[in-house]
Every structure is written in C-alpha cells, then in structure tokens.
Design a binder for this molecule. Structure first.
Ligand code: IVH
Length: 674
C-alpha cells in the first residue's frame, strides 16, 4: 500500500509539473502521448483505490453532477472596477492626480507603473487554502459574487493545487477568465453549422460559460485564465511591488499574461499603449485596452480608493469594436466553394479602427434567427482582422413595414439553382464549374496531381487565366495555344511549350481520375475509384439513378444525391461533352463489383502520418487489393488506424475512441497474414 501511495503522489506531482510547463510557461517538456500515459496510469490507480482520490487530483476536473443553484460568496476585500481613460489627455490627468497625491514631480518620469493588457473576459476570485483551490467566485456587484467553484475547476489553466513553496496559507487570487479568439471562432462556427445560438463576443462567451449549472458544459468550452492581482491573504508575505507579486503567482503555478511590463512615467505608459495597440489583432485573446497600476504597493496603499475604483490604477481603452448603424440592404454573395452568404449593406460606421459598410450574416439560418431586415438598427462588431459581423438587431428601433429577408432561389452570379443539403445551414450554388464565383477553385482541383495532373498549370496561372476570362470551363484548358501562353506575364517560350505538352499528355487519363477531377461535392478519390470500378463507363455513372448509386461501396444517400444533382445540371453535361470532343479519353471497362470478398473485407482503415517505407497511396492500394476500405476520418467504425511519423489528431482520436492503432510493420504483418 505504501508504494501505491508513493506512486500516486509521484504521478500527481509529475502531472502538476507538466501542467505548469504546458499551461503557464507554454513550454511543454514531454510529448502529449507521454502526458496521456501518466494521466491514464493515475486514473487506473484511482479506479482501483477510490479511497485515495483527493479533490486536488489532476483527474478531478470534470464530471461533477450539475448543481441546483449558485451559492453566494461575500468578498472580504471588495472586487473593484477601474476608471477608464479614452484620450491621451485623460491619462495625463490621471498621472498628474497620482503624482500630486504622492508629492512627486509629474514630469520627472520616474514613477513606475505596471502595465498590462486589459483582458476582455470575466473577473474571478480564486481562494487557495494551504495551496488547494477551495472556492472560486464571480465578481458579482463587487461585494457579493456567485460560487462557481464547480465550473472553474474544469479550466486547465487554473491549478487545483499550487506548486512550489512559500505561498500564504490562505491566498485569494484574482484574475480574468477568457475565451481565446481561436476557440471563440471555432465554437461559433460549430454552433452556426448546427443551427444553434452563437456567442455575441468572447467576453459573453466566457461569462456565459462560467454561469452554467452543469460543469460538463463549462468543461467543453475553451476557457483560459490569467491572474492579475491578489485579494485577501492570511499569513505569509508578498513582495513589495505589483509586478513581483505577479511573478510570484506565476512561480506558484498560476498563469499570468506574458505581455505585461514595468514602465516609467506617463510617456512609458503611452509607449506601452501604442505597442499593445499594434499587437492587438495578432494576440490570441481579446483585449479592450491596457491597464496601468502604480507598481509600488506602499504607494498604492497611500493612494487608496474612491467609491468603487482604486486611485492607483486606470484602464486606457482602445477604440470600440462594437457600434450601432442601420441596414441599407441585404445581398447574397457566392464564395469559392459555392456557399451563398448573406451580407448586410450598412450605413458606413467607424468601428474597430476602420469604416465598415458591409457585414457578414454568415448563413441564412443565422440571418433568420437574428431576423435582420432592411431598415433595422443593428450592432456591428469588428474584432481585429475578423470579418465585420452583425451581432444583433435593436428590436425597439425597428421601423414599421419591414419584411423578413428570403434566400434567393437562383445563384446571383450564374443563375443556377441554390440548394440546401439536408439540415446543413449553408446554402450553395449548384453551378459548380459553370459558376464564375467558383471557377478558379474548381479549375485548381481539376488540374491537381490526383485529378488530371497537369504539371505547370499552377494556382497563380489559373487565376490569371480566369481573370482575363480566357478559361471559363475546364474544356478551355484544352483550347489553350502555345503563343498566347508565351505572351503571358512571367511565361517564356519554353515554359509555354512544356505546359502544352503537359496538357496534351493529360488528355489520356483514367475514368477514376476524370470523375475525381469533376469536383462533385463529397466525391473524393476513394469514391471516384469505387464509381469507376462499379460502373466501368462514364455514361453509366452519368445516367445512374440514386438507387443504383447507393450500391457502390462508400456511396450513401447523401453522396448519391450529390452525384445525381451534378449530372442533372445541363451545363455540367455540356462541359463533359466538350472535354471528350477535345480528346480527353480513358479506357472504359465492363462494370465490376468491387472486391467485397477479400480477406480484409469489412475492415476500415485510416492512414495518418508518414510511413517509413511506403507512401500512403501505396499502402492504400495494398489494403484495397485485399478488400479493405480506406477512409479519411476516424470514427468508432474504423478498424485500424495506421500511423507513421508526425501523425496528428487522427491518432489521438483513435486513442480516445479505443480504435486499434498499428504502424507500418503492423500493417505489413496484417497484409502478410491476410
Ligand atoms: S485589475 C482594482 N487588471 O477589468 C483593480 N483588471 O474594470 C481591479 N480586467 O473587473 C482589476 N484585465 O475583470 C485588472 N490586467 C487587468 C485586467 C482587469 C481585465 C477587468 C477586470 C475588472 C475590470 C475592471
């Protein structure tokens, strides 16, 4: 028993150390796989000895049952707010007030300020007793907050137990919980695709996530935290300046913002403001200004407070990222993949540092959920280099007689049908190759290596040829002549000749490559190959009914309907005919059932990473030859994940789902024994 306890403690210590390296220092020492092994070992021991599980074990973050209601927490030291400065002059006034009270020379430029970003999230108070997190609370009204311990425990950046030594026996840490930009965007994108409600901005996302009764919901949100001060402490002592206090918090395992600094006088503050303003867009989290705090804690005490804000600190705000304006029209744009996106035309408004006159409404569901109408007053948000978006309508300001906006039936660019597949939120133009908006992307796919494989016809050249309207459909590629190519920018006689030779060579292809090249949605290489084998002839694929298509391995009802609607468009059939007339050909064969009966039949493989001795394509051919299926994504239906070097998320997912993973040697012995 003694040795089990020892191992348990050692594992907890190691995991805490690696959490610190990873989350606080952003400098992991060991690969994720090794970390996972430590964690799994700890879980296994705890499963066997449930009596040894403690609240501060790294395994105890998630999984608590929902609570019935939030308890309240009295803040023994009030959680204050900050005064704001918007203009430089307001900051100079603040500095004069501070130096006057401290009886210092305002212009001496010697008073030290700790300068830090003003994080745009939700304030929290964390109480550590003997180094253990015992309570977490919201700011509330500054005096009374809500107990959100169950939720805060799920945030990886918050240590459940402090590391190192010398922390006060009772230590209240304060900081900001926030949702990093990438997590916020990804969360909203998913919500939009599922037709669910999105978050208005990262601050609401953080605050909303902390106010969940069910901690399992909070655990799914990508939250992070930076500590920015201490509240009540009992026993122990802290350094004499704010910046050193933060250093100390960091050494105990708390995460602090890496962008902080110590500056001298008001000029130092202004330089910091400028620097952060320039960095703002590229920071991984949202900030709405910077905060300056008199660095010396004795001076802070001397300055004291007025009502709800300290005299020793001020927030210097950046220009607003949200403003009001009115909608002058709603138009629909067609993207490179055919997605039809509603866009609001706005009365120009200055927001996030630029004048904005268009804002995205993302998709038709989102448009209807927000019910944005022409004439409405709306909130516009422009955060950094993210496309400006309509956050919502001010309902009370809606004029009389407005009407809901409808999705157009036809593509505004090419006139093809606009369709929505199943419950997808995105509406798409079905014009494909025919639609000018989608042309360049479809053509790049058409000439790519696994499709028609036309060497020398790169993205830049395609874009050039599409722009001057020389190529409208793939058929036009086979109408190009050497002289006109040689006359193009950055093209010589020799490269023009090489390109013509490559185009000529590509005329002789295979049915599977040709089908793949057409760029039918959901028809990847594997499906194209299965179609070619099953039907043998293009005409048979083109005229196949959905009921015949679903007989092909790999083709389900959705893919079948995509294939049908592609060949149902007359202009797609015309392009195919033109290609054949221009000499694109392949060997047709008799219809053939795919090898559904090989020794690997019924087994599904996913390949990931670089294998040492064969390409993934080679591995795939070998598996398929024995009747196995190779797909692109890991699910619980996957039989094996074959991994090589630099394998990424697919391998992780396999491990999470408990799918068997094998390396190249494992695959070889499987192939041999089959
Ligand atoms: S110090 C007495 N530092 O801004 C000082 N606050 O308006 C109180 N905030 O509720 C806070 N970043 O949630 C401080 N680096 C930072 C901050 C910060 C964001 C928030 C905090 C507070 C609000 C004050």
């Amino acid at each position: 028993m003694a040795s089990v306890k020892e191992e348990l403690e050692s594992l907890k210590e190691q995991i805490r150390h690696h959490n610190y390296q990873y989350h606080v220092l952003d400098d992991p020492e060991i690969p994720d796989a090794e970390y996972d092994r430590l964690m799994r070992r700890l879980q296994a021991i705890e499963r066997e000895h449930p009596d040894l599980i403690t609240d501060d074990s790294p395994t105890q973050r998630v999984g608590d049952a929902p609570i019935a209601a939030f308890g309240t927490v009295q803040h023994q030291v009030p959680m204050l707010s900050l005064d704001n400065a918007f203009a430089e002059e307001e900051l100079r006034e603040f500095h004069r007030r501070v130096t006057d009270r401290l009886e210092l020379e305002a212009d001496a430029g010697t008073l030290e300020y700790a300068a830090e970003p003003k994080l745009d999230g939700a304030a929290v108070s964390l109480l550590y007793e003997e180094g253990r997190l015992v309570r977490a609370a919201t700011r509330g009204d500054g005096t009374t907050g809500e107990d959100i311990t169950h939720n805060v425990r799920t945030i990886d950046a918050v240590p459940l137990k402090l590391i190192g030594s010398g922390y006060p026996p009772s230590l209240e840490v304060r900081g900001e919980v926030f949702m990093p930009k990438a997590g916020f965007e990804a969360y909203n994108e998913q919500a939009r695709a599922k037709g669910e409600k999105t978050f208005v901005n990262p601050r609401n996302a953080a605050a909303g996530s902390l106010r969940q009764l069910d901690p399992r919901l909070t655990a799914e949100r990508p939250l992070d935290m930076y500590a920015y001060s201490v509240g009540k402490i009992d026993g122990g002592d802290l350094p004499a300046t704010h910046s050193e206090v933060l250093d100390r918090l960091q050494s105990w395992g708390l995460k602090v913002c890496p962008e902080r600094g110590v500056v001298a006088g008001v000029e130092g503050c202004l330089a910091f403001y400028k620097e952060m303003g320039a960095k703002r867009d590229s920071l991984p989290y949202e900030i709405d200004g910077v905060v300056y705090k008199v660095n010396d804690l004795v001076q802070q005490r001397e300055l004291g407070f007025v009502s709800r804000a300290p005299r020793w600190a001020i927030a210097h705000k950046f220009p607003a990222q949200e403003e009001l304006t009115t909608v002058e029209g709603v138009e629909f744009q067609v993207g490179r993949t055919g997605a039809v996106t509603p866009v609001a035309r706005l009365k120009p408004v200055f927001v996030g540092g630029v004048t904005v006159s268009n804002a995205t409404l993302h998709n038709i569901d989102e448009l209807h959920r927000k019910d944005v109408r022409v004439g409405d007053t709306v909130t516009i948000r422009r955060a950094g280099d993210v496309i400006p978006e309509v956050v919502g309508v001010i309902a009370s300001r809606r004029p009389k007689g407005t009407k809901p906006v409808q999705l157009p039936k036809r593509c505004p660019v090419c006139g093809s049908t606009v369709a929505r597949e199943g419950d997808e939120a995105v509406a798409r133009c079905t014009g494909g190759l025919y639609c000018a908006a989608q042309r360049a992307e479809s053509l790049k796919h058409f000439v790519s290596r696994k499709a028609m494989d036309i060497e020398g016809l790169g993205s830049k050249l395609i874009e050039q040829l599409v722009t001057i309207d020389r190529i409208k459909t793939p058929a036009d590629i086979f109408r190009l002549e050497k002289e006109e190519l040689a006359a193009l920018e950055r093209m010589g006689d020799k490269s023009a000749e090489n390109l013509i030779t490559a185009i000529d060579a590509s005329r002789s292809t295979t049915l599977e490559r040709f089908l793949y090249a057409l760029g039918i949605r959901e028809v990847g290489e594997a499906t194209a190959a299965a179609l070619a084998t099953h039907f043998g002839k293009l005409d048979a694929v083109m005229s196949a009914a959905e009921s015949e298509l679903v007989d092909v391995p790999d083709v389900g009802p959705i893919v079948a309907s995509r294939i049908r609607s592609f060949f149902g468009e007359e202009h797609n059939r015309e392009v195919i005919q033109a290609l054949r007339d221009l000499g694109v050909h392949w060997e047709e064969s008799e219809p053939q059932q795919s090898p559904a009966d090989g020794p690997l039949a019924g087994k599904t493989f996913v390949l990931t990473g670089t294998l040492p001795n064969m390409t993934r394509d080679e591995a795939k051919k070998k598996i398929q030859a024995l009747g196995g299926k190779v797909t692109g994504s890991v699910s619980k239906n996957t039989t094996y994940v074959v991994f090589g070097e630099k394998a990424g998320s697919k391998l992780t997912k396999a491990q999470q789902l408990g799918v068997e993973t094998i390396d190249e040697a494992g695959l070889n012995s499987l192939l041999k024994s089959s």
